[in-house]
Design a protein around this ligand. Structure first.
Ligand code: TD4
Ligand code: CA
Ligand code: ZN
Length: 314
C-alpha cells in the first residue's frame, strides 16, 4: 500500500484506545528493524525523521526507503517530520511526500504558537498531510519544582482546548513531565497524569507523548558491560506508559531506546569479535536489536494486529 496519513493511524488508535509507536530513523538498518517488527506484529507504524536526521541521511534517501517499504509491505506506514521548526524544511517534506509532520513552536507564546501552527496546518492540509503541534516544554518536574514553575513548564488544559479549536491540528503533544534522551528523571519518574486526563477530556483528539523511551535496565547493563559510560540514565517506566495510553495518549515517540539497543549490539560484537570488520556482521545484530525492541514496544502499546487491509501496489 502507499503511505497513509498520520491522521488515519491516530484516529483509529484514538477510537480503539491504544497507541502507535513513532520510531525515529537515521539509517537503513534502524528502519528495516522497525519495519520487520511491525510486519511480524501486524501493526501500523509511524516512521519519524528529525530535521537533523534529514540533514544526516538526505531527504531523498529517507523518502525512497520508506516509500519502498510501503509498496512491498501490508502494514500501514506514515512518514512523519519530527519537531519541525524550519518552515522551509516543512515545505520540503510536504513536497517530497511526507504524510505527517510536527510543527514545534512550543517555545513561543501561546498566541505566536497558534499563529505559526495555523500557517503550517493551512499548507499541510491542502496536501493531505497531518499536523501535530506541541504545548509546554519537554522538561522533567522534579520534586522541588513549585506549582508556579510546573504551570510554566507543563501543558495548560484550557490553553490546549483553545489551541486545538483555533489551529485545527490533527494531534497534540502536551508536556506532562517527560524529556528527550537517556536522563529523564533525577529521582522518581514523575508525570502529571491529571493534566493529561484533563487535556484529553477537553480536546478529545489524538495525543502524543514525546520523550517516551523507557531506557531499559537490561540494555543499560549490557551496554556498561561492553564499555558504555552512561551513569544516571533513567527513562519512563513501562507502567507509566500503559497508564498514559489509558488516559488518551495515542502516539508514543521512541528514539533513545533504539539508539541504546543499536549501539549496545555493536559494542557487543566489537568486544566479542575484535577481528570482525565486515559491516554486515556488525550492523546485522544491531538491526536485530532494533527488531526486538520494537516488537516489545508494539505489545506494550497495544497496536499489534491493528493493521488494516488495503490492496497492494504491484
Ligand atoms: O521526538 N523524539 C525524538 C527526538 C529525536 C531528535 O533528535 P535529533 O535531533 O538528534 O535527531 C522523542 O520524543 C523521543 O524521545 P526519547 O525518549 O526516545 O528520547
Ligand atoms: Ca518544543
Ligand atoms: Zn520529541
Amino acid at each position: 500500500m502507499s503511505l497513509v496519513t498520520g491522521k488515519e493511524i491516530l484516529d483509529a488508535a484514538n477510537v480503539g484506545g491504544y497507541a502507535v509507536g513513532a520510531f525515529n530513523i537515521n539509517n537503513m538498518e534502524i528502519f528495516q528493524g522497525i519495519i520487520r517488527a511491525a510486519e511480524e506484529k501486524n501493526s501500523p507504524v509511524i516512521i519519524a525523521t528529525s530535521e537533523s536526521a534529514i540533514k544526516y541521511a538526505g531527504i531523498n534517501y529517507l523518502v525512497s526507503m520508506v516509500k519502498t517499504a510501503a509498496n512491498i509491505t501490508s502494514v500501514p506506514i506514515a512518514l512523519h517530520l519530527d519537531h519541525g521548526k524550519n518552515f522551509e524544511v516543512i515545505q520540503k517534506c510536504i513536497k517530497y511526500g511526507y504524510t505527517s509532520l510536527m510543527i514545534d513552536a512550543s517555545h513561543l507564546s501561546l498566541d505566536e504558537n497558534i499563529e505559526e501552527t495555523k500557517k503550517v496546518v493551512k499548507t499541510a492540509h491542502t496536501h493531505n498531510v497531518s499536523v501535530e503541534a506541541e504545548l509546554g516544554r519537554l522538561q522533567g518536574i522534579e520534586d522541588n519544582v513549585s506549582v508556579l514553575e510546573r504551570d510554566a513548564i507543563l501543558v495548560n488544559p484550557q490553553d490546549a482546548k483553545l489551541f486545538v479549536e483555533e489551529t485545527e491540528i490533527d494531534s497534540l503533544a502536551p508536556a506532562i513531565g517527560t524529556s528527550h534522551g537517556a536522563f529523564k528523571f533525577k529521582g522518581e519518574a514523575e508525570l502529571d497524569f491529571e493534566r493529561l486526563d484533563e487535556t484529553k477530556n477537553l480536546t478529545k483528539i489524538p495525543l502524543v507523548l514525546h520523550g517516551a523511551s523507557s531506557v531499559p535496565e537490561n540494555i543499560l547493563k549490557k551496554a556498561a558491560k561492553y564499555g558504555a559510560k552512561i551513569p544516571g540514565a533513567k527513562g519512563v517506566p513501562t507502567e507509566h506508559i500503559k497508564k498514559v495510553i489509558k488516559l488518551g495518549i495515542n502516539k508514543i515517540n521512541i528514539d533513545t531506546d533504539l539508539r541504546l539497543a543499536f549501539t549496545t549490539a555493536i559494542r557487543e560484537v566489537f568486544a566479542n569479535s575484535p577481528e570482525q570488520f565486515d559491516p554486515r556482521k556488525i550492523l546485522g545484530p544491531a538491526r536485530n536489536a532494533i527488531y526486538d525492541v520494537v516488537k516489545e514496544k508494539i505489545d506494550i502499546l497495544g497496536s499489534a494486529d491493528k493493521a488494516w487491509e488495503e490492496e497492494l501496489v504491484l
